[in-house]
Design a protein around this ligand. Structure first.
Ligand SMILES: Cc1ncc(COP(=O)(O)O)c(C=O)c1O
Length: 370
C-alpha cells in the first residue's frame, strides 16, 4: 500500500484567510500574546457561543487547569469526571492538588452518565467536569439539577464539540465555566491552543491573571503562583480564520456522518454513533464500536483496514484503570461501560480535509471486511 493511497484518520484543512492574517502578524511584528488577534479571537469566539467572556490559552489542558483554579479548586477538593476521556482532564485536576473521582459513561453517547454522578458526590466534591465526547453533547439538564442540589460547579470540557448543541444551546454556554481545545485536529484550530469561557466575569479575570504570571496591580509583585499559559498572536490569527469557517466545517462533519451512516447502517458487527433527540452532534470524530458478536476482533479489523485498504483508524481513550496503571491509580475501580469502549471503540477517518471519496472507500472496506 503506497503512502499516497493511505486515508489518514485526520486530514487537516487550511482556512482561507489563515495566510492573510499570518501575513498581518509578520507585517506588524506582533507575534506574542499581546497582539490584536488574541482579543479579536476571544471576542468572536464568545459571540459565537453566546457567552459573555473568554480567555485564550496555550492549550486545552492549560484551559482545564485554569478553569479549575478559577473555580477555586485545590487540595482537599474532589472533582467528578467521566471514565472515558483524555488524560488532560485528570492531569488538570491533579495539578491543583485535588482528587479526581471518575464515574462511568452512558453506553450510547459515551458521555458522563448523569445517573451515576449522585453516588460519587461527597462532602468534598466541588466540581462536576463533563466532557462532550467526540462531538456529542452530555445530557446537561440532570447534571445541572444535581449541581444545584449539591451546590456544585459545572465545568464543561467542550474540546471536541465546537458548535454542538444541547436543546438548542451551544455546549460551553450551559455550565458555570467551559473550556475548548484548538489542537490541529479540532473543528476550530490554532495548531495548539485553548480557551476558557464563562458568563461570570471574575472567573475569566482570574484565568487571564493566572495564565500570565499572576502579577498583582504592581507588575512583578505576584498575588500567587502563576503560569505562562498564553496564546500567541499568530495562533489567534489562525484561530480567527478557522472560526470564520465554523458553520461550513460543522456542515462538512455532518455530511461525513450522513455518508458513513448511509453506507454502514445495516452492516453487522459495527455500532454507529447516535444523535439524541435533544442533541446536535458535530461528529468531531466518527466514533464507532465493535458489536461483541462481530466475527472479527477490533485488532484484526483495524489491522486489515490498514494493510489491505490503507485506512487509518484510531482507538478510543483508555479507562482510568488502564491509562494510569503505571501510576498505580484506580487499580480496583470498575467502569464497565468505559472498559467495554476501551476494548471495542475506534474512529474512522474524520478530518475536515478528508474527501467524500475517502469516506466511501473506508465504508466499502468495512462492508467487505464485516
Ligand atoms: C476532551 C478533551 N479535553 C481536553 C483536551 C486537551 O486539549 P489540548 O490537546 O489542546 O491540551 C483534549 C485534546 O485534545 C480533549 O480531547
Amino acid at each position: 500500500m503506497g503512502a499516497r493511497n493511505i486515508i489518514p484518520v485526520n486530514r487537516p484543512s487550511v482556512p482561507a484567510h489563515a495566510k492573510k492574517y499570518l501575513d498581518e502578524c509578520v507585517r506588524s511584528g506582533w507575534f506574542s500574546s499581546e497582539g490584536p488577534f488574541v482579543k479579536r479571537f476571544e471576542n468572536e469566539f464568545a459571540r459565537y457561543l453566546g457567552v459573555k467572556h473568554a480567555g485564550a490559552t496555550s492549550s486545552g489542558t492549560a484551559a482545564l487547569h485554569l478553569a479549575l483554579l478559577a473555580l477555586g479548586v485545590g487540595p482537599g477538593d474532589e472533582v467528578i469526571l467521566p471514565a472515558m476521556t483524555i488524560a488532560s482532564c485528570y492531569f488538570a485536576i491533579w495539578y491543583t492538588g485535588a482528587k479526581a473521582v471518575p464515574v462511568d459513561v452512558d453506553p450510547e453517547t459515551y458521555c458522563i452518565d448523569p445517573d451515576v454522578i449522585d453516588r460519587a458526590v461527597t462532602k468534598r466534591t466541588k466540581v462536576i467536569m463533563v466532557v462532550h465526547l467526540f462531538g456529542h453533547p452530555c445530557d446537561m439538564d440532570p447534571i445541572m439539577m444535581l449541581a444545584k442540589k449539591y451546590k456544585l460547579k459545572v465545568l464543561e470540557d467542550a474540546a471536541e464539540a465546537h458548535g454542538a448543541e444541547y436543546k438548542g444551546r451551544k455546549v460551553g454556554s450551559i455550565g458555570d465555566i467551559a473550556i475548548f481545545s484548538f489542537y490541529a485536529n479540532k473543528i476550530v484550530t490554532t495548531g495548539e491552543g485553548g480557551m476558557v469561557v464563562s458568563n461570570t466575569k471574575t472567573y475569566i479575570e482570574r484565568v487571564n491573571k493566572i495564565k500570565a504570571l499572576n502579577h498583582s496591580k504592581t507588575r512583578f509583585i505576584h498575588d500567587g503562583i502563576g503560569y505562562t499559559y498564553l496564546m500567541s498572536n499568530m495562533q489567534a490569527a489562525v484561530g480567527l480564520s478557522s472560526l470564520e469557517e465554523i458553520e461550513r466545517s460543522i456542515a462538512r462533519k455532518r455530511t461525513m456522518a450522513t455518508l458513513y451512516r448511509n453506507q454502514l447502517s445495516g452492516i453487522s458487527g459495527l455500532i454507529l454513533p447516535v444523535e439524541k433527540s435533544w442533541a446536535t452532534n458535530v461528529y468531531w470524530m466518527y466514533a464507532v464500536r465493535m458489536d461483541p458478536k462481530a466475527h472479527l476482533s477490533r485488532k484484526k479489523l483495524i489491522d486489515l483496514l490498514m494493510t489491505k485498504y490503507g485506512v487509518q483508524t484510531r482507538t478510543f481513550f483508555y479507562s482510568p484503570r488502564t491509562a494510569f496503571r503505571k501510576l498505580q491509580l484506580f487499580k480496583t475501580d470498575r467502569f464497565p461501560v468505559a472498559e467495554a469502549l476501551e476494548r471495542r471503540g475506534f474512529y474512522l477517518p474524520s478530518g475536515l480535509g478528508n474527501t467524500n471519496m475517502e469516506f466511501i472507500r473506508t465504508s466499502h472496506a468495512l462492508q467487505k471486511l464485516l
